[in-house]
Ligand binder design. Structure first.
Ligand code: GLC
Length: 502
């Protein structure tokens, strides 16, 4: 049994297949497109790729509504092409993980269709009366199914029916899916909202949250107005995750779990990264922070503290669900913007833990601005104009001056205001070359991958920490203010974004 823990030193790169590279002129990215860009990814220096879902799906939630866990959606290619991709990734010394969406499946999945007909209905949550649970995508979490003449549960869209994890057959089926892909050579899974798998067996109502914000959200977004005591983070989860881990570990794979955060607290991710559950979980407190040294400090120290010596942190500044950090933490002046983005890259690539980059962040890609008619994300369409949805974070990768993503009109328009891969590759001072440089330094120094970390005391402007092991000692000092600050640094800096004088 391999236990190499390669995932501790690896840098992950999430790519959203619909938007990376189109090869057949339908305006949507595909597997052949990804294959053609693998040389770029190995030039950049990332170690593992995470692909957002590529399985057959009605694409109502763009692949997060799976209708066949063991297939490849024809939109992206087929099984043979996927195996070629996997092979090409491995040939370059990289790894590949899939997105495992097992809290729910599409209502077009044969499992749901069968259940609606009355066969194996216990694979889902069918009830004659709904309780008060709410959907993370708005409204009640229950919808009526005419065929079954019952309500069924969906934590997200009504097209995404929650699987019933209390039924051991469901877990067995998921373990079979894991075996299926791992046997083919896949290196693990990112687990979509894993902490929602189990639900209270007697479907008790969730208690109300009594805060001003919660009351306000009651009308617009009731999900925030409850304590999710009974519809997620259930105790049964622990053993399910341990069983999944032991399957994945027997192939030397990794499980990287997306935690649906406990609002404003962010303390529910760490426990799942302990005790032989998942190797890695996401905690989005840093991602949700204000751009400020004290806020970053608190986000980092609490996450590291909660994980203790057993857990291993994961860091992500952007992903396909949140506005890109170049916009969230953006600043008008292009010069300051570039420095900021360089510091943020340095932060995520030198903190102790596994960084997970999001395609395009290496270019400083900003959130795309879309007109209402261009919106694709069902959540954006539902909540516009209060919330524009997630399309802005999913715009096509700009490869060259003409775009280079597709010969035809892309499914989403290109974002604006950032230069493309080819241009940045030719400019030594670009953000892209900076990412590559920091990735190279990280690869050369195991201290930056596995060394211990000590965070220096909180400061209003500076965020500083040390990485040490028997071999070396690194001090990373970031100036999060817009003014130069003098800092004494012993020795020559390995790299500097020149936002402070030393
Ligand atoms: C996760 C995914 C998101 C998806 C949702 C429902 O949060 O990251 O994109 O819409 O789960 O599957």
């Amino acid at each position: 049994m391999g236990m190499s823990k390669w995932w501790k030193s690896a840098v992950f790169y999430q790519l959203y297949p619909r938007s990376f590279q189109d090869s057949n002129g339908d305006g949507v990215g595909d597997l052949q497109g990804i294959i053609s860009r693998l040389d770029y990814l190995s030039w950049l220096g990332v170690d593992a790729l995470w692909l957002s879902p590529i399985h057959p799906s009605p694409q109502v939630d763009f692949g997060y509504d799976v209708s066949d866990y063991c297939g490849i959606d024809p939109l992206f290619g087929d099984k043979e092409l996927f195996l070629e991709l996997l092979d090409e990734v491995h040939r370059r010394g990289m790894r590949l993980i899939l997105d495992g969406v097992f809290n729910h499946c599409s209502i077009a999945h044969p499992w749901f269709q069968r259940a609606a007909r009355g066969e194996k209905q216990e694979w889902f949550h069918f009830r004659s009366r709904p309780n008060n649970w709410t959907s993370a995508f708005g409204g009640s979490a229950w919808s009526w199914n005419r065929e079954a003449e019952k309500y069924y549960l969906h934590t997200f869209l009504s097209e995404q029916a929650d699987l019933n994890w209390s039924n051991p057959e469901v877990e067995e089926a998921v373990l079979d899916v894991l075996h299926y892909w791992l046997k083919l050579g896949v290196d693990g899974f990112r687990l979509d909202v894993f902490n929602c798998y189990h639900k209270d067996r007697s479907y008790r109502d969730n208690p109300t949250r009594w805060s001003p914000l919660a009351l306000l959200s009651r009308l617009v977004y009731p999900y925030l107005s409850q304590h999710h005591r009974y519809d997620r983070d259930r105790p049964e989860l622990r053993e399910s995750l341990q069983r999944m881990r032991s399957v994945v570990e027997s192939y030397d794979g990794v499980l990287l779990g997306e935690t649906l955060d406990e609002q404003f607290r962010y303390d529910n991710a760490a426990p799942y990264a302990l005790d032989q559950q998942l190797q890695l979980t996401f905690n989005f407190r840093l991602l949700h922070s204000k751009y400020s040294a004290p806020d970053f400090h608190q986000a980092i120290s609490s996450w590291v503290h909660d994980l203790g010596s057993e857990g291993w942190p994961t860091w992500a500044l952007s992903n396909h669900d949140f506005p890109r950090h170049a916009t969230r933490w953006g600043i008008r002046s292009p010069e300051h913007q570039l420095r900021r983005m360089k510091q943020l890259a340095l932060l995520s690539l030198t903190l102790k833990g596994t960084p997970c980059l999001y395609y395009g962040e290496e270019l400083g890609l900003k959130e795309g601005k879309l007109r209402r008619a261009e919106l694709q994300d069902p959540v954006g369409r539902r909540y516009w104009p209060f919330f524009q949805g997630r399309d802005g974070a999913r715009t096509p990768m700009p490869w060259n001056e003409r775009g280079g993503f597709s010969e035809e009109k892309p499914w989403l328009p290109y974002g604006k205001g950032v230069s493309d891969v080819a241009t940045q590759q030719g400019e030594e001072d670009s953000l892209l070359c900076w990412y590559r440089q920091v990735l190279t330094i990280r690869k050369r120094h195991p201290t930056l991958q596995l060394g211990a970390m000590s965070l220096e005391a909180e400061d209003p402007q500076l965020l500083a920490f040390e990485r040490t092991d028997d071999e070396a000692r690194f001090r990373v000092v970031l100036n999060l203010s817009e003014r130069p600050i003098s800092v004494h640094i012993a020795g020559e800096p390995l790299c500097s974004s020149a936002s402070f004088s030393s």
